[in-house]
Design a protein around this ligand. Structure first.
Ligand code: B12
Ligand code: SF4
Length: 590
């Protein structure tokens, strides 16, 4: 098997999740991952593809997924067998604070002389704390690291691959230690203003699976082979400024030195999607509102995908006009939409950073359904500024009204969801930076505090915040109560099967019971006894950890039986291995 120059490892959220007894709660109910957060950042594939284009071999190993799928999988042994020139680990999402650091420690223990780099949003924020750890050699900061990682690899491999070997001082976005241990943080100077320098169509992944004969190492999340949803990225950055978001305009400016989003050109985006369609028949999630760069961008994109057969999932960050939605319906007839008003209360929504009325929301839903939208998902959140326990329940009542209005006469296309802002408030967000100003109380500030929080026995203790309007207990209690009520509403309007609703209700009751039991155990002063009692709860805790407040499959769109176009995937893979690109439609910049 060919040897990789760089191995990119994705760690589980908590390294010892198979041993620890932790009631994770509904922290990942609304994303494809399980509570292990086994999905790796899309950026690992863009880094890999960019490096391969410049002569390096890169392999992604999703350790989290392998540990999840096989209880006997020995992560340490797997790491020992890998022998690249350098390792990289993502610490993109803060919930990986425990797993990523533990994997870093193991890598250094078994490969003491192999350089190790860490990158991602959270790594950028906490770069000084991370570089102080002996196991880490480099932190690559910023939202776009393909070029800095390439330069770092040229430095590490020494030969520069036909070029002059770079010096560490000159590599943009890099935090590093010199021979005396002194830390240097080079400025974040690599901030490309467009997203057209990367390839986001997964053809690298298809080829690499064959090359390394390792399918599971590249699979993004546990259920992906059954439900192969993929993502297309419109931009890096955001024009909006939601208060708790670590990917807001303010956060991007503060952390990544980005003044405005880097957009992918609408034509390149359309090409990505068509290329994905060559090997997958699953839905494609178009990440980021296609109107963010202006209506003209949206319309150029729609023109470029005109008549597409794939199921496209679009996000709306604000209400949309009838005219626009009709155009979406004509261009991508199998489209679905997602919108996140967060609360029924317009004041709370505005305090969070979304400025539109319920009337505008409902008009958008009505236009969308009229233009043939296959499904309209509406997301609400718990833990917002100004939101009380009662307000959460009022949001549920509002959803009942939405269902009553739109899901009638056998139509069941409007789907509401609710989940807590959990486990963490995002670092770099306005609220994280100035919690008191926004009515929040932060329990963890440093990376180490978050790492420790992650191994607390239930999600109430993991939460890194509470608000002036709701304590952690109330956030937990309102989540379960809202979950129960939502579940009943969905069953009432035929959105879910009565048996699914029953099972969800049972799981929520079980989670509430366990949560109280854990609270009681936490009151016991004797640490040894506490640990013993928590460990005894593990089997029950594990069964309550899957799809807590809703069944994860509720997020899924119906897909046909043949979801992966295997024959085409093999052609793409073999083409790549033989150096022939089958009608790729992408011209890499020189
Ligand atoms: C798209 C998205 C998702 C997608 C992820 C798709 C994917 N596989 O990447 C979905 C919807 C699944 C998702 C889920 C979650 N998300 Co999200 N997501 C986003 C969003 C909207 C855009 C991210 C983006 O543009 N990425 C593109 C670029 C910037 O990143 P990238 O290409 O993947 O990676 C580049 C760099 O980050 C870096 N990098 C990343 N990893 C590594 C590793 C190494 C070694 C190196 C050198 C560099 C490096 O280099 C890459 C290439 O240039 C942002 C908000 C925003 N506006 O940014 C939130 C955001 C990133 N998500 C966030 C969160 C909290 C989550 C969840 C934890 C929420 C939850 N509780 O369920 C989950 C985690 C999912 C999991 N791991 O299983 C927070 C993160 C805050 C933080 N610091 O922790 C953000 C900032 C805002 C938010 N609250 O939604 N998310
Ligand atoms: S939550 Fe708001 S600020 Fe964050 S990515 Fe979404 S729209 Fe942008």
């Amino acid at each position: 098997m060919p040897k990789a120059d760089l191995v990119l490892l994705h760690a589980p959220s908590v390294y010892d999740f198979r041993k620890e007894s932790i009631l994770y709660g509904p922290v990942s109910d609304l994303v494809p991952s399980t509570t292990v957060f086994e999905m790796y950042p899309i950026g690992l594939t863009t880094i890999a593809e960019y490096l391969e284009r410049h002569g390096f071999r890169v392999r992604i190993v999703n350790l989290a997924l392998r540990m999840l799928r096989d209880p006997r999988f020995d992560a340490e042994k797997c790491i020992r067998r890998l022998n690249p020139r350098a390792f990289g680990i993502d610490l993109h999402w803060l919930p990986h604070a425990h797993g990523a650091l533990e994997v870093a420690r193991i890598v250094k223990e078994v490969h003491p002389h192999t350089p190790l780099m860490i990158g991602g949003f959270s790594a950028t924020y906490f770069h000084e704390e991370i570089i102080a750890r002996p196991e880490v050699d480099y932190v690559v900061r910023g939202d776009s690291t393909e070029e800095p990682v390439l330069q770092l690899m040229r430095y590490i491999c020494g030969d520069g691959r036909g070029r002059v070997r770079p010096v560490l001082e000159d590599i943009p976005n890099l935090t590093w230690k010199d021979a005396t241990g002194r830390v240097h943080a080079n400025p974040i100077a690599y901030v490309p203003d467009s997203l057209d320098h990367v390839l986001i169509d997964y053809s690298y992944v298809v080829k690499a699976v064959v090359r390394y004969r390792d399918l599971i190492g590249f699979v993004p999340f546990r259920e992906w082979l059954r439900y192969p949803i993929t993502a297309a990225l419109t931009c890096r950055g955001c024009v909006h400024d939601c208060q708790t978001c670590g990917g807001s305009a303010t956060a991007f400016r503060r952390m990544f030195n980005r003044r405005q989003p880097a957009f992918r050109s609408p034509e390149a985006l359309a090409r990505d999607i068509r290329n994905i369609g060559r090997f997958s028949r699953g839905p494609v999630f178009v990440l980021g509102d296609i109107r963010q760069a202006g209506l003209d961008y949206g319309e150029r994109f729609l023109k470029a995908v005109q008549g597409i057969n794939e199921q496209l999932i679009f996000e709306l960050f604000s209400p949309a006009s009838r005219d626009f939605l009709m155009k979406v319906g004509r261009a991508a007839p199998r489209f679905t939409l997602e919108m996140s008003p967060e609360s029924h209360d317009e004041g709370i929504r505005a305090a969070f950073g979304r400025h539109y009325s319920n009337q505008a929301l409902e008009e958008t839903i009505a236009y969308a359904l009229e233009s043939g939208c296959r499904r309209f998902d509406v997301f609400f959140m718990i833990g917002l500024p100004g939101q009380t326990y009662q307000s959460v329940l009022d949001t549920v009542a509002y959803c009942d009204y939405l269902m009553e209005r739109f899901n009638r006469d056998g139509d069941a296309r409007v789907f509401p969801f609710i989940s807590p802002l959990a486990p963490f408030l995002d670092p770099g967000s306005r609220v994280f930076e100035e919690p008191e100003k926004y009515g929040y109380r932060l329990f963890c500030h440093t990376l180490e505090e978050h790492r420790r929080a992650l191994v607390q026995p239930s999600w109430k203790y993991v939460l890194n915040y509470e608000t002036r309007w709701m304590s952690r207990d109330e956030i937990v209690a309102s989540t379960y109560e809202a979950g129960l009520r939502f579940n009943r509403i969905k069953a009432k309007y035929g959105l879910i099967d009565p048996r699914v609703a029953e099972a969800t209700e049972r799981r929520i009751h079980q989670a509430v019971r366990l949560s109280r039991q854990i609270d009681d155990i936490m009151d016991i002063a004797d640490e040894g006894r506490r640990a013993k009692l928590l460990a005894a709860l593990k089997p029950q805790v594990d069964s309550a950890n899957i799809s807590t407040v809703c069944d994860k499959r509720e997020l899924e769109l119906p897909v046909g039986l043949l979801r992966l176009n295997l024959l085409r995937a093999v052609v793409v893979a073999l083409g790549g291995l033989l150096g022939v690109e089958p009608s790729r439609g992408f011209e890499a910049p020189s």
